[in-house]
Design a protein around this ligand. Structure first.
Ligand code: GUN
Length: 306
């Protein structure tokens, strides 16, 4: 039986430390980090995510600004709002919840956000910085996954990593981050052949495909570390359940460690959003990013149960 990687506990510790740093910023520097979250449309899952992000920002002592636009909102309205927030000194981070309705060009919207306020790390400047190994804002979900991996494994250098999924939000930045850690990385996707054999070679397997239970027990190298990014809503006996991309019960048997769903990657994603907002605030005000929080983010005490 494998070790459970407790993302909920690790995220709680990180949020606590972020809260301490926010209160220090507010008291010593009279600066309140501000996060603006924009939701276009009525998508239920997006509404839940946005509510959680705003709530946790407030709980960490940040200012939270929420904007809700109708599903039919023209692109120009969203771009005008972003332009206003780009110039608002009380807003240090801007997040536009994805996906967007079809009349809105996602690429155009992402590029409209000032790269200094792009706490999602989706702006091409930030993407380029990560891809070239420079420092830049790192997308929250892959950042959270990397923290869980480093916390569990320490040094990642030389490990074979397979990333399932090639999205701009998770798969591609995850691969960049693992490469930066000197892993040997393969990105697999819907057209990859013999996925099972490929996964069987992975010391680290990150599943981010959005297909419930796709990763099977016999795809796992014994002792591998499995990070399940999937959050899929399925109906079981008339009830909605959240499950990951990994067949948890079966994979747990052979893996060395695995993240549960819920309680694994999800909480880390929001904690990393707060971390990025804090970092953006410090950078915009020329304040060094506190060392305490970096050591907690990348090391810290154990958050695992067997
Ligand atoms: N939709 C799903 N994940 C994310 C995310 O990390 N950021 C944004 N902006 N939208 C998302």
């Amino acid at each position: 039986m494998s070790t459970l990687i407790d993302g909920k506990a690790q995220a709680a510790r990180l949020r606590e430390e972020i809260g301490r740093q926010v209160s220090r910023l507010r008291q010593h520097d009279l600066i309140t980090p501000g996060l603006a979250v924009i939701l276009v449309g009525e998508d239920h899952a997006s509404q839940v995510y946005v509510r959680n992000k705003a709530t946790q920002a407030r709980e960490a002592g940040m200012a939270s600004f929420e904007y809700r636009l109708a599903d039919s909102a023209p692109q120009g309205k969203l771009l005008d709002l972003i332009e206003r927030l780009n110039h608002d000194p009380e807003v240090h981070g801007i997040l536009v919840q994805l996906p967007l309705p079809p009349q809105v060009d996602e690429t155009r919207v992402i590029q409209a956000i000032h790269s200094d306020k792009d706490i999602d790390g989706f702006h091409p400047l930030n993407v380029g910085n990560i891809a070239t190994g420079s420092s830049g804002m790192v997308p929250c979900t892959p950042l959270g996954c990397l923290m869980l991996l480093k916390h569990r494994l320490g040094e990642l250098s030389g490990k074979r990593a397979v990333v399932l999924g090639r999205s701009n939000i998770v798969g591609k930045p995850m691969a960049s981050l693992l490469l930066r850690e000197h892993c040997t990385v393969t990105v697999a996707h819907s057209r990859t052949q013999d996925l099972a054999a490929l996964c069987c070679e992975a010391d680290i397997l990150v599943a981010a495909v959005g297909r419930p239970g796709m990763v099977k027990g016999d795809w796992i190298k014994p002792g591998a570390t499995v990070i399940d990014v999937g959050i899929n809503r399925i109906e079981v006996d008339g009830r909605t359940r959240l499950v990951g991309d990994v067949d948890f019960a079966a994979v747990r048997e052979g893996a060395g460690a695995i993240t549960p769903v819920p309680g694994g990657v999800g909480p880390m994603t929001i904690a990393c959003l707060l971390l990025n907002t804090l970092e953006a605030t410090c950078r915009q005000h020329g304040i060094p990013f506190p060392d305490d929080i970096m050591s907690l983010a990348w090391g810290g005490t154990s958050s695992e149960t067997t």
